[in-house]
Design a protein around this ligand. Structure first.
Ligand code: PLP
Length: 451
């Protein structure tokens, strides 16, 4: 029998070191922490995180793309506190509460009621599962049970539970679990980086749509839905594509009776310049998922919005014709209150309009990278800016991300490269000066790492 782990003496070791014994950290080879220490965060304010030694770290990736309006935002704090005095949580089956009603109505209005029904969960992967299950179930209800396969993009990411992982094409997350995952159709990504000299992003979008059409024409009778991350495949190295692709996909899905699932978990909530990324293409999907930014990075909240047509298909006297899916914290009132406070900030502070100038400042602060011969594929979509380090500038072994992470921290900035891609995805509240600082700090860190 294996021995239980040695129980550390809590009085002898600092809490950061005890974290490595008691906490199994996400998305981490724990052994790497032998050489890369954990960052011990005690508090945050605005765009800044503070470690226990009092070092300030600029949170330029919004704490895994969740934070929109800064840490410890007084207005969101206040909204959660006020809700806390009323009701912290109540089950949403058979019960309801004001924040979940108001949030559903306001989100529906933001889609001009094209997506008028909101199903809640807690994390992003669950919202994706909901979209997949609803689509699958819908086709059964339409007496087309053979329509049950999903189509996803090469290099796409939709979360790491088994259903969401099946439509994810990021090798490092899938490798060990391949035999647990359902079969899917994977089509070429419209990634604009593959354009040859003189080719536009639209041409690449056309080509990717043509490949999709070939698949649809042949297999549509067995396809339930296609899932995409509109405009930016975030976990897939921040690969960006033309909105033209979304228009073509919408038309093809209509023609072949296939649902379109827009996974806006990362790109929604104003990140790309509009509230929903789909708005850039002037289309609405059949399902739209949100999470991450929706609660301002405060509390776990996710949701799947859908159409009247899909909602009606489930509406029946038969229990089992309903969508019998639930999570314990579905539509949590505190999380909904945080989300409502965020929607208030969007409206009262003209965030979408302000983000246009924020994005320009970001571009200016990283103008140096456009001219840097070590860098290729400089790209930006709203409040996401990314570029790739030329392969020949990197040493063998895959340590660039961790080295860049450490070097950036030494410069007071949180940067977490994806492979050879450096990106920033900051909260919307950075000052012009903070944006400038960010650009310079990343340049200094990169110079050190590539020296
Ligand atoms: C983060 C992410 C998810 C998964 O959300 P979790 O809350 O981490 O489960 C799904 N889709 C996209 C596009 C994401 O970026």
């Amino acid at each position: 029998m294996m021995k239980n782990k040695v129980i550390p003496d809590v009085n002898q070791k600092p809490w950061v070191e005890r974290s490595l014994e008691a906490v199994w950290h996400p998305c981490t080879q724990m052994k790497h922490h032998e050489s890369f220490p954990l960052i011990a965060i005690t508090h945050g304010k605005g765009a800044w995180l503070y470690d226990e030694k009092g070092n300030a770290i600029l949170d330029s990736i919004s704490s895994w793309w969740t934070n929109l309006f800064g840490h410890s935002n007084p207005r969101i704090n206040q909204a959660i506190n006020a809700q806390l005095e009323k009701i912290e949580h109540v089950m949403l089956a058979g019960f309801t509460h004001p924040p979940v009603v108001e949030l559903s109505e306001r989100l529906s209005a933001l889609t001009q009621h094209n997506l008028g029904h909101v199903f809640f969960a807690s994390d992003g992967a669950s919202a994706v599962e909901i979209a997949l299950k609803m689509s699958h179930h819908f086709w059964q209800l339409q007496n087309k049970p053979q329509k049950k396969k999903f189509v996803c993009l090469a290099n796409g990411y939709h979360g790491e539970t088994l259903g969401a992982l099946a439509v994810t094409d990021v090798a490092i997350f899938r490798e060990a679990y391949g035999s647990l995952l359902q079969d899917v159709f994977t089509v070429p990504s419209p990634d604009a980086r593959i354009a040859k000299a003189g080719e536009s992003a639209e041409v690449i979008a056309q080509q990717a749509a043509q490949a999709l059409e070939i698949l649809f024409a042949k297999e549509h009778h067995q396809i339930a839905a296609m899932i995409v991350e509109p405009l930016v495949q975030c976990a897939g190295h921040m690969a960006m594509h033309s909105p033209e692709y979304l228009r073509q996909v919408r038309a093809l899905c209509d023609r072949y009776e296939i649902h379109l699932i827009a996974d806006e978990i990362a790109v929604g909530c104003g990140r790309t310049g509009k509230f929903f990324a789909c708005e850039h293409a002037g289309i609405w999907p059949d399902f739209l998922t949100l999470s991450k930014g929706i609660s301002g990075g405060y509390l776990p909240l996710s949701l799947c919005m859908t159409t009247e047509k899909i909602y009606r298909a489930f509406y029946s006297d038969q229990t089992q014709q309903g969508f019998l899916h639930s999570h314990s914290y579905t539509g949590n009132p505190l999380a909904c209150a945080a989300a409502l406070a965020c929607l208030d900030i969007f409206a009262s502070d003209n965030i979408l309009e302000k983000n246009l100038s924020q994005a320009n400042l970001l571009a200016d602060a990283f103008a140096w990278a456009k001219a840097d011969p070590r860098i290729t594929h400089w790209r930006q979509q709203g409040m996401i800016l990314a570029f790739d380090i030329q392969e020949q500038c990197l040493q063998a072994g895959n340590i660039f991300p961790r080295e860049m992470f450490s070097a950036s921290l030494a410069e007071g900035v949180l940067i977490r490269p994806i492979g050879n891609t450096i990106y920033v995805m900051p909260p919307y509240i950075l000052t012009a000066d903070e944006i400038l600082q960010l650009g310079k700090a990343v340049q200094r860190a990169l110079n050190k790492v590539l020296a």
